[in-house]
Ligand binder design. Structure first.
Ligand code: FAD
Length: 541
Protein backbone atom coordinates (compact mmCIF):
# COMPACT_ATOMS: atom_id res chain seq x y z
CA UNK A 1 0.00 0.00 0.00
CA UNK A 2 1.30 3.46 -0.90
CA UNK A 3 2.62 5.46 1.96
CA UNK A 4 1.99 8.66 0.07
CA UNK A 5 -0.32 11.29 1.59
CA UNK A 6 -3.21 11.31 -0.84
CA UNK A 7 -5.57 13.65 0.92
CA UNK A 8 -4.99 16.97 2.73
CA UNK A 9 -7.89 18.34 4.76
CA UNK A 10 -7.85 22.06 5.50
CA UNK A 11 -10.23 23.19 8.24
CA UNK A 12 -11.07 26.90 7.94
CA UNK A 13 -12.04 29.11 5.02
CA UNK A 14 -10.41 32.41 5.92
CA UNK A 15 -7.40 33.94 4.19
CA UNK A 16 -5.15 31.23 5.66
CA UNK A 17 -7.32 28.29 4.61
CA UNK A 18 -7.84 29.42 1.03
CA UNK A 19 -4.28 30.59 0.50
CA UNK A 20 -3.17 27.21 1.81
CA UNK A 21 -5.48 25.43 -0.62
CA UNK A 22 -4.29 27.49 -3.59
CA UNK A 23 -0.58 27.24 -2.82
CA UNK A 24 -0.66 23.53 -1.96
CA UNK A 25 -2.71 22.66 -5.02
CA UNK A 26 -0.34 24.54 -7.31
CA UNK A 27 2.72 23.14 -5.56
CA UNK A 28 1.71 19.49 -5.17
CA UNK A 29 -0.45 18.65 -8.12
CA UNK A 30 -0.52 18.14 -11.84
CA UNK A 31 3.12 17.99 -12.70
CA UNK A 32 4.05 14.43 -11.85
CA UNK A 33 3.04 10.92 -12.89
CA UNK A 34 1.37 10.18 -9.56
CA UNK A 35 -2.28 10.95 -8.97
CA UNK A 36 -3.10 14.41 -7.63
CA UNK A 37 -3.26 14.87 -3.90
CA UNK A 38 -6.90 15.48 -3.04
CA UNK A 39 -7.27 18.80 -1.19
CA UNK A 40 -10.43 19.68 0.72
CA UNK A 41 -11.34 22.89 2.51
CA UNK A 42 -13.94 22.47 5.25
CA UNK A 43 -15.41 25.83 6.13
CA UNK A 44 -18.06 26.54 8.72
CA UNK A 45 -21.12 28.29 7.28
CA UNK A 46 -21.78 29.64 10.78
CA UNK A 47 -18.46 30.94 12.11
CA UNK A 48 -17.32 34.17 10.45
CA UNK A 49 -13.72 34.87 9.44
CA UNK A 50 -11.79 37.48 11.41
CA UNK A 51 -12.59 39.94 8.60
CA UNK A 52 -9.42 42.03 8.86
CA UNK A 53 -5.91 41.65 7.45
CA UNK A 54 -5.79 43.93 4.43
CA UNK A 55 -2.14 44.96 4.10
CA UNK A 56 0.50 42.61 2.71
CA UNK A 57 4.25 42.33 2.20
CA UNK A 58 6.10 41.91 -1.09
CA UNK A 59 5.92 38.13 -0.78
CA UNK A 60 2.30 38.36 -1.94
CA UNK A 61 3.49 39.41 -5.43
CA UNK A 62 5.60 36.27 -5.62
CA UNK A 63 2.73 34.07 -4.48
CA UNK A 64 0.20 35.50 -6.94
CA UNK A 65 2.79 35.26 -9.70
CA UNK A 66 3.56 31.65 -8.81
CA UNK A 67 -0.14 30.84 -8.91
CA UNK A 68 -0.10 32.39 -12.38
CA UNK A 69 -2.80 34.87 -11.45
CA UNK A 70 -3.31 38.01 -13.50
CA UNK A 71 -2.21 40.92 -11.31
CA UNK A 72 -4.73 43.31 -12.80
CA UNK A 73 -7.61 40.87 -12.35
CA UNK A 74 -6.56 40.36 -8.72
CA UNK A 75 -6.50 44.13 -8.13
CA UNK A 76 -9.94 44.50 -9.67
CA UNK A 77 -11.57 41.54 -7.92
CA UNK A 78 -10.20 42.42 -4.47
CA UNK A 79 -10.65 46.22 -4.66
CA UNK A 80 -6.89 46.17 -4.28
CA UNK A 81 -4.40 48.99 -4.30
CA UNK A 82 -0.63 49.28 -4.23
CA UNK A 83 1.30 49.41 -0.97
CA UNK A 84 4.76 50.86 -1.53
CA UNK A 85 5.74 51.81 2.01
CA UNK A 86 4.58 52.19 5.59
CA UNK A 87 4.47 55.71 6.95
CA UNK A 88 5.00 55.88 10.71
CA UNK A 89 3.59 58.92 12.47
CA UNK A 90 3.74 59.90 16.14
CA UNK A 91 5.86 56.92 17.25
CA UNK A 92 8.54 59.30 18.47
CA UNK A 93 8.60 62.92 19.51
CA UNK A 94 11.09 65.70 18.80
CA UNK A 95 12.62 67.96 21.43
CA UNK A 96 9.48 70.13 21.43
CA UNK A 97 7.21 67.14 22.00
CA UNK A 98 5.94 67.23 18.43
CA UNK A 99 5.48 64.02 16.42
CA UNK A 100 8.27 62.69 14.18
CA UNK A 101 7.24 60.90 10.95
CA UNK A 102 9.32 58.41 9.06
CA UNK A 103 8.89 56.09 6.09
CA UNK A 104 9.59 52.41 5.66
CA UNK A 105 9.62 51.62 1.92
CA UNK A 106 10.52 48.23 0.43
CA UNK A 107 13.73 49.46 -1.24
CA UNK A 108 17.21 49.04 0.22
CA UNK A 109 20.14 51.44 0.22
CA UNK A 110 23.33 49.96 -1.16
CA UNK A 111 27.03 50.06 -0.35
CA UNK A 112 29.77 52.49 -1.31
CA UNK A 113 33.47 51.68 -0.99
CA UNK A 114 32.58 48.69 1.17
CA UNK A 115 30.53 50.72 3.64
CA UNK A 116 26.79 50.68 4.06
CA UNK A 117 25.64 53.89 2.35
CA UNK A 118 23.92 54.93 5.59
CA UNK A 119 27.33 55.51 7.21
CA UNK A 120 28.13 57.90 4.35
CA UNK A 121 24.78 59.62 4.80
CA UNK A 122 25.36 60.09 8.54
CA UNK A 123 28.77 61.62 8.08
CA UNK A 124 27.65 63.94 5.30
CA UNK A 125 24.55 64.96 7.27
CA UNK A 126 26.66 66.10 10.21
CA UNK A 127 28.74 68.11 7.74
CA UNK A 128 25.62 69.96 6.58
CA UNK A 129 24.42 67.55 3.84
CA UNK A 130 20.81 66.45 3.35
CA UNK A 131 19.01 65.98 6.64
CA UNK A 132 16.10 63.65 5.82
CA UNK A 133 17.19 60.03 5.63
CA UNK A 134 14.22 58.72 3.69
CA UNK A 135 14.20 61.49 1.07
CA UNK A 136 17.94 61.13 0.47
CA UNK A 137 18.22 57.34 0.45
CA UNK A 138 15.04 56.07 -1.23
CA UNK A 139 14.58 57.34 -4.79
CA UNK A 140 11.06 55.89 -4.85
CA UNK A 141 9.89 58.00 -1.92
CA UNK A 142 9.27 61.18 -3.88
CA UNK A 143 6.69 59.32 -6.00
CA UNK A 144 5.22 57.41 -3.05
CA UNK A 145 4.69 60.57 -0.98
CA UNK A 146 2.79 62.06 -3.90
CA UNK A 147 0.46 59.04 -4.09
CA UNK A 148 1.93 57.57 -7.27
CA UNK A 149 1.70 53.92 -8.34
CA UNK A 150 4.67 51.66 -9.07
CA UNK A 151 3.38 50.42 -12.43
CA UNK A 152 1.38 51.48 -15.48
CA UNK A 153 -1.97 49.85 -16.29
CA UNK A 154 -0.52 48.32 -19.44
CA UNK A 155 2.83 47.31 -17.97
CA UNK A 156 4.10 43.81 -17.34
CA UNK A 157 2.52 42.10 -14.32
CA UNK A 158 4.51 41.99 -11.08
CA UNK A 159 7.20 44.24 -12.51
CA UNK A 160 7.20 47.70 -10.97
CA UNK A 161 9.38 50.79 -11.15
CA UNK A 162 10.16 50.03 -7.51
CA UNK A 163 9.16 47.25 -5.07
CA UNK A 164 5.60 47.10 -3.80
CA UNK A 165 2.99 44.98 -2.06
CA UNK A 166 -0.79 45.36 -1.98
CA UNK A 167 -3.75 46.41 0.09
CA UNK A 168 -6.75 44.12 -0.44
CA UNK A 169 -10.28 43.60 0.85
CA UNK A 170 -9.98 40.56 3.16
CA UNK A 171 -13.47 39.22 2.37
CA UNK A 172 -13.06 39.66 -1.39
CA UNK A 173 -9.60 38.08 -1.28
CA UNK A 174 -10.97 34.97 0.46
CA UNK A 175 -13.68 34.81 -2.27
CA UNK A 176 -11.06 35.30 -4.98
CA UNK A 177 -8.86 32.53 -3.61
CA UNK A 178 -11.94 30.30 -3.20
CA UNK A 179 -12.76 30.83 -6.85
CA UNK A 180 -9.19 30.09 -7.93
CA UNK A 181 -8.81 27.01 -5.73
CA UNK A 182 -12.20 25.43 -6.41
CA UNK A 183 -11.84 25.97 -10.15
CA UNK A 184 -8.45 24.29 -10.17
CA UNK A 185 -9.66 21.19 -8.38
CA UNK A 186 -9.87 21.92 -4.62
CA UNK A 187 -12.94 20.42 -2.96
CA UNK A 188 -15.08 22.76 -0.83
CA UNK A 189 -17.22 21.42 2.00
CA UNK A 190 -19.40 23.87 3.90
CA UNK A 191 -19.92 22.27 7.28
CA UNK A 192 -19.02 22.59 10.96
CA UNK A 193 -16.39 20.42 12.57
CA UNK A 194 -18.03 19.36 15.83
CA UNK A 195 -15.42 16.89 17.10
CA UNK A 196 -11.79 15.96 16.48
CA UNK A 197 -11.13 12.24 16.97
CA UNK A 198 -7.66 10.99 17.87
CA UNK A 199 -6.19 7.48 17.48
CA UNK A 200 -4.16 5.65 20.11
CA UNK A 201 -0.95 7.49 18.99
CA UNK A 202 -2.63 10.85 19.45
CA UNK A 203 -2.87 11.45 15.66
CA UNK A 204 -6.04 13.02 14.24
CA UNK A 205 -7.90 10.00 12.89
CA UNK A 206 -11.06 11.75 11.76
CA UNK A 207 -13.24 14.80 12.17
CA UNK A 208 -16.93 14.70 12.94
CA UNK A 209 -18.86 17.08 10.69
CA UNK A 210 -22.32 18.26 11.60
CA UNK A 211 -23.87 17.37 8.21
CA UNK A 212 -21.36 15.01 6.60
CA UNK A 213 -20.64 12.79 9.63
CA UNK A 214 -17.25 11.08 9.98
CA UNK A 215 -14.42 12.58 7.85
CA UNK A 216 -11.23 10.46 7.80
CA UNK A 217 -8.00 12.42 7.97
CA UNK A 218 -4.48 11.78 6.65
CA UNK A 219 -2.90 15.23 7.02
CA UNK A 220 -4.91 18.14 8.41
CA UNK A 221 -4.20 21.88 8.35
CA UNK A 222 -5.74 23.77 11.24
CA UNK A 223 -6.77 27.15 9.79
CA UNK A 224 -9.58 27.79 12.28
CA UNK A 225 -8.32 31.18 13.44
CA UNK A 226 -7.47 32.25 16.98
CA UNK A 227 -9.32 29.33 18.58
CA UNK A 228 -6.97 26.68 17.11
CA UNK A 229 -9.70 24.03 17.10
CA UNK A 230 -7.32 21.14 16.39
CA UNK A 231 -3.82 22.22 17.42
CA UNK A 232 -4.86 23.76 20.72
CA UNK A 233 -8.26 22.40 21.68
CA UNK A 234 -7.89 18.79 20.48
CA UNK A 235 -4.12 18.18 20.55
CA UNK A 236 -3.55 20.40 23.59
CA UNK A 237 -0.39 22.02 22.20
CA UNK A 238 0.51 24.85 24.59
CA UNK A 239 0.42 28.46 23.46
CA UNK A 240 3.49 30.67 24.00
CA UNK A 241 2.16 34.19 24.60
CA UNK A 242 4.31 37.22 23.74
CA UNK A 243 2.37 39.46 26.15
CA UNK A 244 5.51 40.01 28.23
CA UNK A 245 7.06 41.77 25.23
CA UNK A 246 4.13 43.15 23.27
CA UNK A 247 1.39 44.87 25.26
CA UNK A 248 -1.35 45.26 22.66
CA UNK A 249 -4.06 42.61 22.92
CA UNK A 250 -7.17 44.14 21.32
CA UNK A 251 -8.09 45.98 18.16
CA UNK A 252 -10.92 48.17 16.94
CA UNK A 253 -11.73 47.97 13.24
CA UNK A 254 -13.88 50.23 11.09
CA UNK A 255 -14.32 50.93 7.41
CA UNK A 256 -14.82 54.50 6.27
CA UNK A 257 -15.26 56.20 2.89
CA UNK A 258 -12.44 58.07 1.20
CA UNK A 259 -12.49 61.81 1.52
CA UNK A 260 -13.92 63.15 -1.71
CA UNK A 261 -11.27 64.40 -4.13
CA UNK A 262 -8.36 63.27 -1.97
CA UNK A 263 -5.56 61.40 -3.77
CA UNK A 264 -5.37 57.65 -3.15
CA UNK A 265 -2.37 56.92 -0.94
CA UNK A 266 -0.08 54.14 -2.14
CA UNK A 267 1.13 53.38 1.37
CA UNK A 268 -0.10 52.17 4.75
CA UNK A 269 0.00 54.62 7.64
CA UNK A 270 0.63 53.62 11.23
CA UNK A 271 0.00 56.37 13.78
CA UNK A 272 0.88 56.21 17.47
CA UNK A 273 -2.15 56.67 19.74
CA UNK A 274 -2.47 56.88 23.56
CA UNK A 275 -2.42 53.13 24.24
CA UNK A 276 -1.22 51.66 20.96
CA UNK A 277 -1.35 52.64 17.32
CA UNK A 278 -3.80 53.03 14.46
CA UNK A 279 -3.58 51.55 10.97
CA UNK A 280 -4.87 53.20 7.82
CA UNK A 281 -5.13 50.99 4.76
CA UNK A 282 -6.43 52.71 1.60
CA UNK A 283 -8.26 50.30 -0.71
CA UNK A 284 -9.55 51.54 -4.06
CA UNK A 285 -13.11 51.77 -2.76
CA UNK A 286 -12.73 52.64 0.94
CA UNK A 287 -10.36 53.07 3.85
CA UNK A 288 -9.83 50.27 6.33
CA UNK A 289 -8.72 51.61 9.66
CA UNK A 290 -8.30 50.32 13.18
CA UNK A 291 -6.77 50.92 16.59
CA UNK A 292 -4.51 48.23 18.06
CA UNK A 293 -4.39 48.85 21.82
CA UNK A 294 -3.45 47.43 25.18
CA UNK A 295 -6.36 46.57 27.45
CA UNK A 296 -4.05 47.19 30.43
CA UNK A 297 -3.85 50.86 29.44
CA UNK A 298 -7.28 51.60 27.94
CA UNK A 299 -10.73 50.10 28.44
CA UNK A 300 -12.78 49.33 25.35
CA UNK A 301 -14.84 52.46 25.98
CA UNK A 302 -11.77 54.67 26.35
CA UNK A 303 -10.20 53.28 23.18
CA UNK A 304 -13.46 53.69 21.26
CA UNK A 305 -13.84 57.27 22.49
CA UNK A 306 -10.26 58.15 21.53
CA UNK A 307 -10.55 56.47 18.14
CA UNK A 308 -13.90 58.04 17.29
CA UNK A 309 -12.47 61.44 18.09
CA UNK A 310 -9.31 60.74 16.08
CA UNK A 311 -11.38 59.73 13.03
CA UNK A 312 -13.90 62.44 13.62
CA UNK A 313 -16.71 59.89 13.25
CA UNK A 314 -20.22 61.38 13.14
CA UNK A 315 -22.43 60.58 16.13
CA UNK A 316 -24.67 58.23 14.16
CA UNK A 317 -21.72 56.13 12.97
CA UNK A 318 -21.80 52.78 14.81
CA UNK A 319 -18.96 52.05 17.23
CA UNK A 320 -16.01 50.14 15.78
CA UNK A 321 -16.08 46.43 16.61
CA UNK A 322 -13.67 45.15 19.25
CA UNK A 323 -11.44 42.23 18.22
CA UNK A 324 -9.51 40.39 20.97
CA UNK A 325 -6.05 39.37 19.75
CA UNK A 326 -4.11 36.32 20.93
CA UNK A 327 -0.48 37.42 20.56
CA UNK A 328 2.15 34.69 20.48
CA UNK A 329 2.54 31.32 18.86
CA UNK A 330 1.73 27.69 19.32
CA UNK A 331 4.75 26.00 20.95
CA UNK A 332 4.91 23.83 17.81
CA UNK A 333 2.96 24.45 14.62
CA UNK A 334 3.31 20.87 13.36
CA UNK A 335 2.13 18.23 15.84
CA UNK A 336 1.61 14.59 14.73
CA UNK A 337 -0.42 14.90 11.51
CA UNK A 338 -1.72 18.43 12.12
CA UNK A 339 -0.13 21.69 10.99
CA UNK A 340 -1.53 24.98 12.27
CA UNK A 341 -1.46 27.79 9.73
CA UNK A 342 -2.63 31.40 10.00
CA UNK A 343 -4.04 32.71 13.27
CA UNK A 344 -4.36 29.16 14.62
CA UNK A 345 -0.55 28.90 14.56
CA UNK A 346 0.20 32.31 15.98
CA UNK A 347 -0.14 36.04 15.54
CA UNK A 348 1.99 39.10 16.11
CA UNK A 349 0.31 42.48 16.10
CA UNK A 350 -0.16 43.68 12.51
CA UNK A 351 2.27 46.62 12.64
CA UNK A 352 4.25 45.45 9.60
CA UNK A 353 1.47 43.29 8.08
CA UNK A 354 3.34 40.05 8.68
CA UNK A 355 0.58 37.50 9.28
CA UNK A 356 -0.35 36.75 5.66
CA UNK A 357 3.35 36.67 4.84
CA UNK A 358 3.73 34.03 7.52
CA UNK A 359 0.98 31.92 5.98
CA UNK A 360 2.68 32.06 2.59
CA UNK A 361 6.01 31.00 4.09
CA UNK A 362 4.37 28.18 6.06
CA UNK A 363 2.94 26.76 2.85
CA UNK A 364 6.13 27.11 0.83
CA UNK A 365 7.96 25.30 3.61
CA UNK A 366 5.30 22.63 3.84
CA UNK A 367 5.70 21.86 0.13
CA UNK A 368 9.42 21.45 0.75
CA UNK A 369 8.90 19.38 3.92
CA UNK A 370 5.91 17.45 2.60
CA UNK A 371 5.61 14.19 4.56
CA UNK A 372 4.38 10.71 3.77
CA UNK A 373 1.92 8.95 6.08
CA UNK A 374 4.73 8.19 8.51
CA UNK A 375 4.84 11.93 9.41
CA UNK A 376 8.55 11.81 10.08
CA UNK A 377 9.35 13.58 13.36
CA UNK A 378 12.54 14.88 11.70
CA UNK A 379 10.49 16.80 9.12
CA UNK A 380 8.16 18.19 11.78
CA UNK A 381 11.05 19.12 14.07
CA UNK A 382 12.89 21.17 11.48
CA UNK A 383 9.71 22.75 10.16
CA UNK A 384 8.84 23.77 13.72
CA UNK A 385 12.30 25.21 14.24
CA UNK A 386 12.19 27.53 11.22
CA UNK A 387 8.60 28.47 12.00
CA UNK A 388 9.53 29.38 15.55
CA UNK A 389 12.61 31.30 14.33
CA UNK A 390 10.48 33.36 11.96
CA UNK A 391 7.95 34.18 14.71
CA UNK A 392 10.69 35.30 17.09
CA UNK A 393 12.42 37.30 14.38
CA UNK A 394 9.24 39.16 13.49
CA UNK A 395 8.43 39.64 17.19
CA UNK A 396 11.86 41.23 17.69
CA UNK A 397 11.41 43.60 14.78
CA UNK A 398 8.03 44.72 16.12
CA UNK A 399 9.44 45.13 19.65
CA UNK A 400 12.16 47.33 18.12
CA UNK A 401 9.52 49.91 17.19
CA UNK A 402 8.45 50.21 20.84
CA UNK A 403 11.90 49.82 22.40
CA UNK A 404 13.20 52.82 20.45
CA UNK A 405 10.26 55.11 21.07
CA UNK A 406 10.98 58.15 23.22
CA UNK A 407 7.36 59.08 23.94
CA UNK A 408 6.68 60.01 27.54
CA UNK A 409 3.18 61.41 27.17
CA UNK A 410 1.21 58.30 28.20
CA UNK A 411 1.96 55.39 30.56
CA UNK A 412 1.60 52.91 27.67
CA UNK A 413 4.59 54.27 25.76
CA UNK A 414 6.77 54.39 28.85
CA UNK A 415 5.90 50.83 29.82
CA UNK A 416 6.26 49.44 26.29
CA UNK A 417 9.99 50.20 26.22
CA UNK A 418 10.94 49.09 29.73
CA UNK A 419 14.05 46.87 29.60
CA UNK A 420 12.06 43.99 31.13
CA UNK A 421 9.78 44.07 28.06
CA UNK A 422 12.62 43.68 25.56
CA UNK A 423 13.67 40.11 24.70
CA UNK A 424 17.42 39.48 25.03
CA UNK A 425 17.56 38.62 21.34
CA UNK A 426 16.76 42.22 20.42
CA UNK A 427 18.12 43.88 23.59
CA UNK A 428 21.61 42.53 22.93
CA UNK A 429 21.51 43.66 19.33
CA UNK A 430 20.36 47.14 20.36
CA UNK A 431 23.37 47.29 22.65
CA UNK A 432 25.59 46.33 19.69
CA UNK A 433 23.90 48.89 17.46
CA UNK A 434 24.98 51.69 19.73
CA UNK A 435 28.38 51.15 18.10
CA UNK A 436 27.52 50.17 14.54
CA UNK A 437 24.65 50.04 12.07
CA UNK A 438 22.63 46.83 11.88
CA UNK A 439 24.35 44.45 9.47
CA UNK A 440 23.62 41.23 7.61
CA UNK A 441 25.43 39.10 10.19
CA UNK A 442 23.00 40.04 12.95
CA UNK A 443 19.84 40.23 10.86
CA UNK A 444 19.78 38.33 7.58
CA UNK A 445 18.87 34.68 7.85
CA UNK A 446 17.58 32.90 4.82
CA UNK A 447 14.08 32.90 6.31
CA UNK A 448 14.17 36.53 7.55
CA UNK A 449 11.43 38.86 6.46
CA UNK A 450 13.25 41.86 7.88
CA UNK A 451 16.88 42.37 6.94
CA UNK A 452 19.51 44.78 8.19
CA UNK A 453 18.28 47.64 6.04
CA UNK A 454 14.82 47.37 7.63
CA UNK A 455 16.35 47.69 11.08
CA UNK A 456 18.47 50.62 9.91
CA UNK A 457 15.41 52.34 8.51
CA UNK A 458 13.59 52.17 11.85
CA UNK A 459 16.64 53.34 13.83
CA UNK A 460 17.31 56.21 11.43
CA UNK A 461 13.63 57.13 11.25
CA UNK A 462 13.48 57.36 15.02
CA UNK A 463 16.73 59.37 15.23
CA UNK A 464 18.24 56.63 17.38
CA UNK A 465 21.78 57.75 16.53
CA UNK A 466 21.10 61.48 16.76
CA UNK A 467 24.32 63.35 15.93
CA UNK A 468 26.59 60.58 17.20
CA UNK A 469 29.45 59.45 14.95
CA UNK A 470 29.96 55.70 14.66
CA UNK A 471 33.51 54.25 14.52
CA UNK A 472 33.00 52.82 11.03
CA UNK A 473 32.56 56.36 9.71
CA UNK A 474 36.21 57.15 10.44
CA UNK A 475 37.24 55.51 7.18
CA UNK A 476 34.81 57.59 5.10
CA UNK A 477 35.60 60.79 3.23
CA UNK A 478 32.72 63.26 3.53
CA UNK A 479 32.76 64.00 -0.20
CA UNK A 480 32.56 60.34 -1.23
CA UNK A 481 28.81 60.25 -1.05
CA UNK A 482 27.97 63.46 -2.88
CA UNK A 483 27.98 61.95 -6.35
CA UNK A 484 25.90 58.95 -5.25
CA UNK A 485 23.39 61.30 -3.66
CA UNK A 486 23.12 63.35 -6.81
CA UNK A 487 22.53 60.17 -8.82
CA UNK A 488 19.81 59.04 -6.41
CA UNK A 489 18.13 62.45 -6.70
CA UNK A 490 18.12 62.09 -10.50
CA UNK A 491 16.73 58.59 -10.17
CA UNK A 492 13.99 59.94 -7.90
CA UNK A 493 13.05 62.46 -10.60
CA UNK A 494 13.02 59.76 -13.27
CA UNK A 495 10.78 57.48 -11.18
CA UNK A 496 8.50 60.38 -10.34
CA UNK A 497 8.10 61.28 -14.00
CA UNK A 498 7.22 57.67 -14.95
CA UNK A 499 4.97 56.74 -12.01
CA UNK A 500 1.26 57.32 -12.76
CA UNK A 501 -1.21 58.67 -10.20
CA UNK A 502 -2.34 55.76 -8.03
CA UNK A 503 -6.07 56.26 -8.39
CA UNK A 504 -5.83 56.82 -12.16
CA UNK A 505 -3.93 53.64 -12.80
CA UNK A 506 -6.33 51.54 -10.71
CA UNK A 507 -9.31 53.14 -12.46
CA UNK A 508 -7.80 52.16 -15.81
CA UNK A 509 -7.09 48.64 -14.63
CA UNK A 510 -10.62 48.22 -13.32
CA UNK A 511 -12.16 49.40 -16.60
CA UNK A 512 -11.06 46.18 -18.35
CA UNK A 513 -12.32 42.62 -18.06
CA UNK A 514 -9.81 39.87 -17.62
CA UNK A 515 -10.25 36.22 -18.40
CA UNK A 516 -8.29 34.10 -15.96
CA UNK A 517 -6.77 30.90 -17.38
CA UNK A 518 -8.94 28.87 -15.01
CA UNK A 519 -12.70 28.95 -15.38
CA UNK A 520 -13.82 31.66 -12.96
CA UNK A 521 -17.41 30.54 -12.49
CA UNK A 522 -18.64 29.74 -8.98
CA UNK A 523 -19.25 26.00 -8.76
CA UNK A 524 -17.98 25.41 -12.31
CA UNK A 525 -16.16 22.25 -13.28
CA UNK A 526 -12.39 22.57 -13.09
CA UNK A 527 -10.67 23.85 -16.21
CA UNK A 528 -9.50 21.30 -18.76
CA UNK A 529 -6.42 19.45 -17.55
CA UNK A 530 -4.19 20.54 -20.44
CA UNK A 531 -5.12 24.18 -19.79
CA UNK A 532 -4.18 23.78 -16.13
CA UNK A 533 -1.00 21.93 -16.96
CA UNK A 534 0.15 24.65 -19.37
CA UNK A 535 -0.57 27.39 -16.87
CA UNK A 536 0.92 25.53 -13.94
CA UNK A 537 4.06 24.69 -15.87
CA UNK A 538 4.79 28.37 -16.35
CA UNK A 539 3.59 29.25 -12.84
CA UNK A 540 6.00 27.60 -10.46
CA UNK A 541 9.54 28.49 -11.25
C1 FAD B 1 -6.79 43.49 14.06
C2 FAD B 1 -6.08 42.65 13.05
C3 FAD B 1 -5.48 43.26 11.96
C4 FAD B 1 -4.77 42.48 11.05
N1 FAD B 1 -4.12 43.09 10.01
C5 FAD B 1 -3.34 42.36 9.19
C6 FAD B 1 -2.62 42.95 8.13
O1 FAD B 1 -2.68 44.15 7.88
N2 FAD B 1 -1.85 42.14 7.36
C7 FAD B 1 -1.74 40.79 7.59
O2 FAD B 1 -0.96 40.11 6.91
N3 FAD B 1 -2.47 40.21 8.54
C8 FAD B 1 -3.25 40.94 9.35
N4 FAD B 1 -3.99 40.33 10.31
C9 FAD B 1 -4.00 38.87 10.36
C10 FAD B 1 -4.97 38.35 9.29
O3 FAD B 1 -6.25 38.85 9.56
C11 FAD B 1 -4.98 36.82 9.30
O4 FAD B 1 -3.67 36.32 9.11
C12 FAD B 1 -5.80 36.29 8.16
O5 FAD B 1 -7.05 36.90 8.09
C13 FAD B 1 -5.96 34.79 8.29
O6 FAD B 1 -6.89 34.46 9.28
P1 FAD B 1 -7.29 32.93 9.42
O7 FAD B 1 -7.73 32.43 8.10
O8 FAD B 1 -6.17 32.23 10.10
O9 FAD B 1 -8.49 32.94 10.46
P2 FAD B 1 -10.02 33.39 10.28
O10 FAD B 1 -10.19 34.50 9.32
O11 FAD B 1 -10.53 33.60 11.67
O12 FAD B 1 -10.74 32.12 9.66
C14 FAD B 1 -11.06 31.00 10.44
C15 FAD B 1 -11.89 30.05 9.60
O13 FAD B 1 -12.08 28.86 10.34
C16 FAD B 1 -13.43 28.46 10.21
N5 FAD B 1 -13.78 27.65 11.37
C17 FAD B 1 -13.62 27.93 12.68
N6 FAD B 1 -14.10 26.93 13.44
C18 FAD B 1 -14.57 25.99 12.59
C19 FAD B 1 -15.22 24.73 12.76
N7 FAD B 1 -15.50 24.25 13.97
N8 FAD B 1 -15.57 24.04 11.66
C20 FAD B 1 -15.32 24.50 10.41
N9 FAD B 1 -14.71 25.68 10.20
C21 FAD B 1 -14.36 26.43 11.26
C22 FAD B 1 -14.22 29.76 10.13
O14 FAD B 1 -15.48 29.57 9.56
C23 FAD B 1 -13.26 30.56 9.24
O15 FAD B 1 -13.56 30.25 7.90
C24 FAD B 1 -4.71 41.08 11.21
C25 FAD B 1 -5.37 40.48 12.28
C26 FAD B 1 -6.03 41.25 13.21
C27 FAD B 1 -6.71 40.59 14.37
Amino acid sequence: MSNRVQHVTIVGGGTAGWLAAGILNAGLNRRCEEEDVRITVIESPNIPTVGVGEATTISMNLTLNQLNLDERDFLKQCNGSFKCAVKFANWNHNADGGPIDFWHPFSRPGYLYGHNATYHFMKLRRAGGPQDYGDAMFPSLKAIKDCRAPRQAEGKDYDGLFPYAYHLDAGLFADYMTMYATNTGVEHVRDDVTAVNLDERGFVKSLTLKEHGDWPVELVLDCTGFKGLIIKEALGEPFRPYSEHLLCDKALAVQIPHQEGAPLESYTTSTGMNAGWSWRVPLYTRLGTGYVFSSAFATDDEAIREFRQYLNLPEDHPDPRVIPMRIGRSRRSWVKNCIAVGLAGGFIEPLESTSIHFTQMALRWLIDFFPDKEMSPALARHYNKVTCDLYEDIRDFIVLHYATSNRTDTPFWIEARQPSRIPDSIGERLELWRHKLPGALECNHNWSLFESWNYIDVLMGKEWYGDRALPAEDAIAVDDFKEALAQMAQQADRIYASAPAHRDVLTQIRANDYRPWYNPVPGAAPAAMDEIADAAASAIA
